[in-house]
Structure formats: structure tokens, C-alpha cells
Design a binder for this molecule. Structure first.
Ligand SMILES: [Zn+2]
Length: 470
């Protein structure tokens, strides 16, 4: 058996692992590199994957995030015609996320073209979109929805079981069993793991008892998250202060996952009478779709989320949630001077309608911005977190007079303690463990923690492009 680490090795994005066993070849995830010019270069380098994609028998997908799924349309446009197995909720999310990813790339290329023409330069050097909206739509036809827990025979000698990873809707850890001569071999892919006890989704399920090979994520392998109750206190303080000052509260949030979590937390705080009744505007077409898909899968929500949903339906006047669809309605929100809570995307304030809300509200000292998600270096969100007094939005300088709150306790990823706890679910150490999906420091730190706290040996830190024969 051979494993080739094509991405998310020594870094967080671009998840893609090639597995070859006997005459069977398959991919686990096929993600895009994200975050700045270096990621763009890596995506361009990965244009043909470095191998004939028509030789792949099937693809297994852990979840819908673009850094795990974003190069699937590239794979199919290069001639891959086989199945892409994913949970039902993941398939539903991809129907929105992949065409959106294509749309963003097309817009970006158009913008670059206009920009270069304005500066009197040619078209050379402008990266073409990796795929078009039509190609993203074509890729969706190859998705094969599967249920959790049911063993799926994906090749004559290979079966797979999807287990809930509690990370985003539809997310899964995979248990792949390869039979043949001798003892069956079991490969476990953690996928991205969520935090137990967090709202909305079910907790991650423990791994199977044994594995011959394990790939474990390590995004936050070197740190511990703040508790949820501290985060709630911070949110209550931000809302009360902003109300007293008669301003608006703007919350940038990732459309999938974080937006639904924020709606849950705010509604729950009103239900518990920690906040007086609220009106929330959710201003992001993608977040609206993601929320609709979430509500269409009530079986994937935890008990508390289902109870809160019932409470909200019985008390519609306590928390009024308005999903803003059209652009005119979105613009009209700019006229609201006080009392509004506006949740909008993108989560790092780089694109989308959030930029309009920031332009309107940042210069007003009575307003506030609540940052609840990861902000990559170089993003507008990061500059706000770092205390910038002046930012540029749509080419115009905007003074930052609004109060900026950063709440740390909401993360879709398990922290070090939660990752170790998940690993402790194995009844004996896996034959070989690969620590992936983390920046170099986080992965190394986590590998050390595995050795010290679980006493496992045979823990590797693969680098991008490396292959291992097992
Ligand atoms: Zn993810």
C-alpha cells in the first residue's frame, strides 16, 4: 500500500491524499489551497494533479469545506468519471458551495482583467479560474450520497464507513477497510474534527477501536480553546453595551456553520433571559442557503438545537430573524441607525455584503463589530482585530471608531485536549499515525503531545508531496 500526501501536509489547506492498494487507487478529499498569493500559486501548480486522474477508481470526501472539496471540479474536467462519495448533507452543501467557488474565481479574474487594462497592461499573468460555474455544476453529477454508519462497498475489496465528525453539517471521519490476502487493513481518516459540547451539531463520534493507518488533523493541535460560557458572557456584554450606546452590532460570520451557531447562541441567550428580545438580520445569500440546508437535516442536529428550534417557533416575537435575500433589501439595512444585529459574510470581511455594513458602521463610535472566527493574516478582519484605526474598503479609507470585540470560544475545530480525547478512543495505538492538516508548529507540537500523553510511537509528520509505502 502507498500513501501520497498531496496537500494539507505541513499546512492547513489543500487536503488531498492519494491511496494505492493493489490495483485500486483512490483519493480522500480534493481540496483547494486557500489564503493569499502563495495558495494561488499552489492551486495553479496542482492544475493537473501530477498524475492521470482517469486512473482513479473513486473519491471519498470528508466534508464540504472548499479546502477539502474545492478541486473536485478540476478533477472531473480533467476526465475523472468515477463516483465521489459523501454524506447527504455534504452533497447538499456542495450544490451551493462549488458553483459559488467557481463564481468567485470568475469574478476575481474579471476584476484582475479590468484592473490591468486600466493600468495599460496586457492580460498575461492573470490566473484563469480553475473551473467555471458550468464545470462545477457538471461535477455535482458525480456525487454519490451515502448514509452515516452504513458500510459502503466502494470497490471489490474496499469498503468505507462514514462517522459523524461534528465539525460542520455532514462532516465525517472515514474508516476504510481493505481486504485481500491476509488480514484486512483498516485506514482511518479523522477529517476535520469538531469540539464536543458545542451548540447546533452532534458531537464527534469516537473512532473505531483499531486502525493500521491513521491520519489525524491538527489545526489547533497546539492550543486550548476558551470555554463556551466565557464566550457567552463576552457576547452579552457586546450586545448590551451597543444597545445602551444606541448603535448597531455587526457580526462577520462564515456562511456555513458559524452563522447558524451565532443564531443559536443569540436565541438561546434570549430564551435564558440573559438578553432581552432581539432582531437579527442575516444578510448573506450563502448563509441563507446553508441555514435552509441545516434545517432540512434535523437528524444531524443535537438535542439542544432541536429543543431551541421548537422554543423559537413557539415564541416568534422573542427573536425575530430576517433573512435578507435581495440586494435592495441589503442596502436598506444601511438606513438602520441603532438596535440592529447584522450577521453577514464573508467571515474574514474580505468579500460579500459584510464590507458594506462595515463601511457604514465602522466610523460610528456607538456601533460595534463582534469577531467570532479565525482571521487570516492580511485579511480586513485581521486588521480590525489588530486594532487598525483606519482601513480601506472599496478603495476608500474608513476610520475605525466602532468598538471591536473578539470572542475566542467558537471554533469548528477540536483543540489539543479534544483531539487527544478522540485519539484515546482507539483501544490500541494505530500501526502508523500521520499528523496532517496543521501549520508546521501546531502539527509538531501535537505529535509531541501524542507521544508524551498517549505513549504512541510511529507518529509521522508528512510533508507535501511525500509518499509512504506501508
Ligand atoms: Zn473543515
Amino acid at each position: 500500500m502507498r500513501l501520497v500526501f498531496l496537500g494539507a501536509a505541513g499546512e492547513v489547506t489543500g487536503s488531498c491524499t492519494l491511496v494505492e492498494t493493489g490495483d485500486v487507487r483512490f483519493l480522500v478529499d480534493c481540496g483547494m489551497f486557500q489564503g493569499g498569493p502563495e495558495a494561488r500559486r499552489k492551486n495553479q501548480r496542482a492544475l493537473d494533479f501530477g498524475f492521470d486522474v482517469r486512473g482513479i477508481d473513486f473519491v471519498l470526501l470528508t466534508h464540504a469545506h472548499i479546502d477539502h472539496s474545492g478541486l473536485l471540479p478540476r478533477l472531473t474536467m480533467l476526465g475523472y468519471r468515477g463516483p465521489i462519495y459523501a454524506t447527504r448533507a455534504t452533497v447538499d452543501l456542495l450544490a451551493v458551495l462549488l458553483p459559488d467557488s467557481a463564481h468567485i474565481q470568475e469574478k476575481e479574474a474579471e476584476w484582475q482583467l479590468r484592473h490591468r487594462h486600466r493600468r495599460g497592461k496586457g492580460e498575461r499573468g492573470i490566473p484563469a479560474p480553475l473551473y467555471s460555474v458550468a464545470q462545477a455544476l457538471a461535477c455535482l453529477k458525480q456525487l454519490q450520497p451515502v448514509d452515516y454508519w452504513r458500510a459502503v462497498q466502494v470497490a471489490e475489496r474496499v469498503s468505507v464507513v462514514f462517522r459523524d465528525a461534528g465539525h460542520i453539517l455532514g462532516s465525517a471521519s472515514l474508516e476504510v477497510t481493505v481486504t485481500g490476502e491476509g488480514k484486512p487493513r483498516r485506514l482511518v481518516f479523522s477529517g476535520d474534527l469538531g469540539m464536543s459540547g458545542r451548540p447546533v451539531l452532534r458531537d464527534p463520534e469516537p473512532p473505531p477501536a483499531e486502525a493500521d493507518v491513521l491520519l489525524i488533523e491538527s489545526t489547533y493541535g497546539d492550543r486550548l480553546h476558551r470555554s463556551l460560557s466565557e464566550t457567552e458572557d463576552e457576547i452579552v456584554a457586546a450586545i448590551e453595551r451597543t444597545r445602551a450606546a444606541k448603535g448597531n452590532l455587526i457580526i462577520p460570520a462564515f456562511a456555513v456553520g458559524r452563522t447558524q451557531e451565532i443564531i443559536y447562541l443569540l436565541t438561546d441567550l434570549v430564551r435564558r433571559k440573559r438578553l432581552s428580545p432581539l432582531k437579527i438580520y442575516v444578510d448573506s445569500p450563502m448563509a441563507n442557503s446553508a441555514t435552509r440546508i441545516t434545517l432540512a437535516h434535523p437528524d444531524l442536529l443535537d438535542r439542544e438545537a432541536r429543543e431551541l428550534l421548537a422554543w423559537q417557533q413557539a415564541h416568534p416575537d422573542k427573536v425575530k430573524i430576517e433573512f435578507v435575500a435581495d440586494v435592495e433589501h441589503s442596502k436598506a439595512l444601511n438606513d438602520i441607525r441603532s438596535g440592529a444585529v447584522i450577521v453577514s459574510a464573508s467571515g474574514m470581511c474580505e468579500a460579500g455584503r459584510i464590507k458594506y455594513h462595515l463601511r457604514e458602521n465602522l466610523p460610528r463610535s456607538e456601533c460595534a463589530v463582534l469577531i467570532a472566527g479565525f482571521q487570516a493574516a492580511g485579511s480586513l478582519g485581521r486588521r480590525l482585530v489588530d486594532g487598525a484605526r483606519l482601513v480601506t474598503i472599496f478603495g476608500v479609507q474608513v476610520p475605525v471608531r466602532a468598538r471591536i470585540y473578539t470572542v475566542g470560544g467558537l471554533s469548528a475545530h477540536a483543540d489539543q485536549a479534544a483531539l487527544l480525547q478522540w485519539l484515546a478512543g482507539f483501544h490500541k495505538p494505530p500501526g502508523r499515525t500521520f499528523v496532517v492538516h496543521g501549520e508546521a508548529g501546531a502539527s509538531a507540537n501535537f505529535a509531541k503531545a501524542i507521544g508524551e500523553q498517549l505513549m504512541w510511537s510511529a507518529v509521522d509528520l508528512p510533508q507535501s508531496g511525500e509518499s509512504y509505502s506501508l
